[in-house]
Write a protein that binds this ligand. Structure first.
Ligand code: SF4
Ligand code: SF4
Ligand code: SF4
Length: 249
């Protein structure tokens, strides 16, 4: 039995560390495994082991090899799921009211009983974070594991999203980003966490932590710095690369 969420006015979301993510896809598998149960029917899969596989995934990881002009290739693994935006364009476009954002904790959800599968919300989302389930004929998306985080039948340590619970690199963090004192807010402040595509005006709750200079790990100054400058917005820097890459997702 899942308890009703407390009326706390939280702003729940994820913080994803692009510095420590190793692209293992454990979060993808854990997400699919948990939400296969949560939706009452498996998330769709077709031709899973064939030449043209497709399926519904609420969390995906895109991996890139970046080759800067001045150095060897660098890998960037980029997990992507719904960012639970403060101004979510996927909500007002929905003709039935099926797509909504909860006042009590900021989670953006779909009421499947009211969804007619028109796809307008997926068209409106600039991040490609919604997934039409062709078997069910309804839109699905990350729920922040709303059926785990308030679930009093689970051990305390399991009351967090399945992706966060399973990440072997501790690259995923969950918490209240509306509280400046929370661990996730302090992590964002300490590491210069960024919004994806801020120019879209969606005010995403989820934040991404950019790669750190390698010498900040060891304190040594002669260790190689990253080939992508983590804070540069020009084409040679991480933010410049991210800006170009997001346009292709
Ligand atoms: S489980 Fe963690 S390390 Fe693995 S792909 Fe997901 S975020 Fe990255
Ligand atoms: S990431 Fe996309 S689906 Fe999620 S709240 Fe923002 S606009 Fe809506
Ligand atoms: S697919 Fe469903 S949730 Fe999305 S806009 Fe259409 S009715 Fe609303």
């Amino acid at each position: 039995m899942t308890a009703l969420p407390p009326q706390t006015g939280k702003t729940l979301g994820l913080v994803i560390d692009l510095d420590t993510c190793v692209g293992c896809h454990a979060c993808v598998v854990a997400c699919k495994g948990w939400n296969d149960q949560a939706y009452g029917a498996p998330l769709s899969d077709s031709d899973a082991y064939g030449a043209d596989p497709s399926g519904t995934f609420l969390n995906r990881v895109h991996s890139y090899e970046v080759v800067p002009e001045n150095g060897p290739a660098q890998h960037v693994h980029f997990p992507k799921s719904c960012l639970h935006c403060e101004d979510p364009p996927c909500v007002p476009v929905c003709p039935t009211g099926a797509s909504y954002k909860r006042a009590e904790d900021g989670i953006v959800l779909v009421n499947e009983d009211a969804c007619i599968g028109c796809g307008l919300c997926a068209w409106a989302c600039p991040y490609g974070a919604r997934e039409m389930d062709p078997s069910a004929g309804v839109m699905k998306k990350c729920t922040l594991c709303v059926d785990r985080i308030y679930n009093e039948t689970l051990p305390e340590e399991d009351r967090e999203p399945a992706c966060v619970r399973t990440c072997p690199a501790s690259a995923r963090h969950f918490g209240d980003l509306g509280d400046p004192e929370s661990a996730v807010s302090q992590l964002v402040a300490a590491r210069g966490g960024i919004d994806l595509m801020p120019e879209q005006g969606t005010r995403p709750v989820n934040k991404y932590l950019p790669p750190r200079p390698r010498d900040s790990w060891s304190g040594e100054t002669d260790v190689l710095a990253p080939f992508l400058d983590p804070v540069a917005e020009d084409p040679s820097g991480f933010l410049g690369w991210l800006d170009r890459t997001l346009g292709k997702l």
